[in-house]
Design a protein around this ligand. Structure first.
Ligand SMILES: *[C@@H]1O[C@H](CO)[C@@H](O)[C@H](O)[C@H]1NC(C)=O
Ligand SMILES: *[C@@H]1O[C@H](CO)[C@@H](O)[C@H](O)[C@H]1NC(C)=O
Ligand SMILES: *[C@@H]1O[C@H](CO)[C@@H](O)[C@H](O)[C@H]1NC(C)=O
Ligand SMILES: *[C@@H]1O[C@H](CO)[C@@H](O)[C@H](O)[C@H]1NC(C)=O
Ligand SMILES: *[C@@H]1O[C@H](CO)[C@@H](O)[C@H](O)[C@H]1NC(C)=O
Ligand SMILES: *[C@@H]1O[C@H](CO)[C@@H](O)[C@H](O)[C@H]1NC(C)=O
Length: 397
């Protein structure tokens, strides 16, 4: 009798230990739904959970916390993945190369260490009812997601959303991005909206249809806009870009529709302000408070107006080259603030970036007529107007 009781209680302890071992495993590989069902008494899984390639439908029942990673990679048959009670993945939530996955239902999930999703060509939406509000890093690339509804973070280290060709909106309540923010190569109409973003260490917007950054005050590194489709960009609260130690540029490159940039309270740039190949920009006067530029101002294009009324110190060079007629005399007060090379040329045939020599239609140099900081003279308009002289000038300069 006693023996029997002992044995049965040992069996219970054994079962408890077995359960504990299951929940405590460093890595659990689930090849079947039955393997997943074995975990249903594990409110907390201590290690990683890896799903195997044969699963078609996978339901993770009972688990509320995964202390390691949830890895769902190369499961090419997997159509439906759900984890109704899972609230927290402390490690990485890796979904990679899931060619037919069309349902990802995580109704309780609110916290993830890192979201890394790549190549999900059948997943158009998330069922993240509770909304993920905490994640330190987010990378979502090459999916057909139409929105990021279900992910809404306040602070993040890295937020990188790229190559999601149907993604039309990225609207996130982020306040801080401590490493980098990048929205690139999604749907060309994607509206990127960060209504609460106050600072980002680095921010890059490429191929966006719209960018809203109404509260952005500081970018500690660089701020770049490349190949976007919007016609206007406002950063009404941006005061500084860069730091003394790491520099930091503002770049507008190849934004073909762009006409208007407004940064009304920007005072300091620790790197370079550049406009290049923004073929529709006619007026660069949206920097009324810009005072100190540690790098250069480097603007080339078709604009006929450019003003920097508050500039008092440009530690690098100044390069202005435009195809339009441009009166450089208007910038004469700015010229004395430039420590590096000063170039200002209108009526240039092929306006170039800093370091290039402006050329005008008749083969001569541009219309600066001003002595530059290297102590050389660039060719004046009157000289350039005489083709032979201009030719010799071009040879000797
Ligand atoms: C995601 O998981 C797959 C399979 O383990 C791995 O090859 C890949 O490197 C992981 N990705 C990341 C970013 O950890
Ligand atoms: C964001 O950064 C600002 C300034 O460093 C800080 O005051 C604020 O608490 C941060 N917000 C969050 C949500 O971490
Ligand atoms: C970036 O600048 C903000 C605002 O000045 C500051 O609070 C934050 O600590 C800086 N972040 C980094 C990573 O330097
Ligand atoms: C920072 O931003 C610049 C321009 O926006 C980009 O070229 C660079 O790759 C970014 N760096 C990091 C570390 O994200
Ligand atoms: C440029 O933007 C500013 C600020 O938003 C606005 O006041 C101005 O009218 C705009 N100019 C053009 C030409 O759109
Ligand atoms: C500007 O456009 C020219 C001609 O298309 C191209 O060669 C150059 O690389 C572009 N510059 C930048 C910075 O994208």
């Amino acid at each position: 009798m006693l023996r029997k009781i002992l044995l049965s209680s040992l069996a219970v302890i054994g079962a408890v230990n077995a359960q504990r071992n299951i929940c405590g495993a460093t890595t659990t590989v689930a090849q079947t739904q039955a393997d997943l069902d074995n975990l249903q008494n594990c409110a907390t899984l201590n290690g990683d959970l890896v799903l195997g390639p044969a699963l078609v439908t996978a339901t993770i029942n009972g688990v509320r916390t995964i202390k390691g990673d949830l890895i769902v990679a190369n499961c090419v048959l997997l159509q439906t993945l759900q984890a109704p009670e899972l609230a927290s993945i402390e490690g990485k939530f890796n979904m990679t190369s899931l060619t037919v996955l069309n349902t990802a239902s995580f109704r309780s999930l609110t916290s993830v260490g890192e979201i890394y999703w790549q190549t999900l060509p059948a997943l158009s939406q998330l069922t993240f009812t509770a909304t993920v509000t905490q994640a330190s890093r987010v990378t979502i690339t090459d999916t057909i997601l139409e929105s990021l509804q279900g992910i809404n973070l306040v602070t993040v280290q890295r937020f990188n959303i790229n190559n999601n060709r149907y993604l039309k909106e990225v609207k996130v309540q982020l306040q801080n991005v401590t490493d980098s923010l990048a929205i690139e190569f999604n749907s060309p109409s994607v509206a990127a909206s960060f209504p609460n973003l106050v600072w980002a260490n680095n921010a890059t917007f490429r191929s966006c249809g719209d960018v809203q950054i109404p509260k952005l005050s500081v970018v500690n590194g660089s701020l770049g806009f490349f190949e976007n489709g919007f016609d206007g960009l406002q950063a009404p609260m941006l005061t500084a870009v860069g730091t003394g130690t790491q520099g930091g540029d503002i770049t507008f490159a190849n934004n073909k529709q762009l006409t208007n940039v407004s940064m009304p309270v920007l005072t300091t740039i620790f790197g370079t302000l550049q406009f290049v190949n923004d073929t529709n920009v006619e007026d660069i006067s949206g920097f009324p408070k810009l005072s100190v530029v540690h790098g250069s101002i480097d603007i080339s294009g078709k604009f006929d107006k450019a003003e920097f009324p508050a500039v008092k110190d440009i530690r690098g060079g100044f390069n202005l080259q435009t195809t339009a007629e441009f009166d450089c005399d208007g910038l004469s007060s700015l010229k004395s603030t430039v420590k590096g090379k000063y170039v200002c040329s209108g009526a240039v045939t092929n306006p170039g970036t800093e370091g290039t020599t402006p050329t005008t239609g008749n083969g001569g140099s541009g219309s600066s007529g001003k002595k530059n900081s290297a102590g050389r003279f660039t060719v004046s308009k009157s000289l350039a107007a005489t083709p032979v002289l201009a030719f010799f000038a071009a040879l000797f300069l």
